[in-house]
Design a protein around this ligand. Sequence first.
Ligand code: CS2
Ligand code: MG
Length: 406
Amino acid sequence: MKITAARVIVCSPGRNFVTLKIETDQGVTGIGDATLNGRELSVVSYLEDHVIPCLMGRDPQQIEDIWQYLYKGAYWRRGPVTMSAIAAVDTALWDIKAKMANMPLYQLLGGRSRTGVMVYGHANGRDTAETVDEVLRHKEEGYLAIRAQSGVPGLNKVYGVSGHHGASRMYEPADGNLPSEHDWSTEKYLRHTPGLFEAVREAVGPDVHLLHDVHHRLTPIEAGQLGKALEPVRMFWMEDPTPAENQDAFQWIRHHTTTPIAVGEIFNSIWDCKTLIEKQLIDYIRTTVVHAGGITHLRRIADLASLYQVRTGCHGATDLSPVCMGAALHFDTWVPNFGVQEFMPHSEEMLSVFPHDYRFERGMMYCGESPGHGVDIDEKLAAKYPYQRAYLPVNRLQHDGTLWNW
Ligand code: CS2
Ligand code: MG
């Protein structure tokens, strides 16, 4: 069996997506997500100019050898661009192999480990009252796990909150021809957030899992302070409490709080999280199919995590395409140490470009039974949505403009 062609499809049905399609001499094709929000065209070039020429004529069944070839053969290992490109190839090859085996991808990985995939939804509001309303709306829809993000009194624009009530589902941070600028004050955030979650827990009751994304903005000791303040709320997790380049820094959070910690959506290899997992400094690992080297590498991360009772919590924002969501749901259906899957619903416009067989029902998601990962791309429709450059925002401290973590 041979790879005969491969091409990158860039489209923007509401936001930019990058998809790799691989064709074979047996007529079977596979697709993979290669979307890196705000730096999409870097991955396009990495694939078109450097990876695709090396794939021609190779046997698509040799998923592992191709992974090792692209990882070690690049010499310059790791990084979000490299690992997103490798992920796209890997996902497409697993799609092909499952189609050749005439089985849904989760069967090929080792079969079903659970009846369905528990997901968490995004409830956002401009203030505490709106956020409580959104959390209750999600509870009504059957979500068992709900992330809550709210505006902060005295701040103009913060992560995770759209500009108007009820639009929380379509929070799309990448916009504009240049990065927009947000303002930040840790003091105002720490004054506001414990009260937000007291109100949310009071309204939603004890059974719903509550999550929150700090989005890399605190120091370790501030994160310990927040985690301790949130303990009475019994959070499912506090996400990205502090930047994670220094993995050892998380020990200072652990010294002060038992609030569970999730990290890893911006990680792209097992090396980014090895210390965090081995020292049990986290409880959930957020690495994803599209940014952490595909199914092949994500399995290795999950297996390492399972040795230390760390569970998976794959990233699933709308800047990860439906192709990534489809592949992730097969991974989630198989992986023994599953925790939760993020689910930020794509718009109908986005989904129209990516026919898929996964579905949401009362807080759970279910991958389909069709061979492969169950997602395709309508290339004619995709062509109607040309790429539009868009950036993620940057963040500055409100009092003096210091560039901060967004
Ligand atoms: C967020 C993301 O979903 C999350 O947990 O951290 O929305 C993140 O901001 C985007 O994926 C960045 O592209
Ligand atoms: Mg996050």
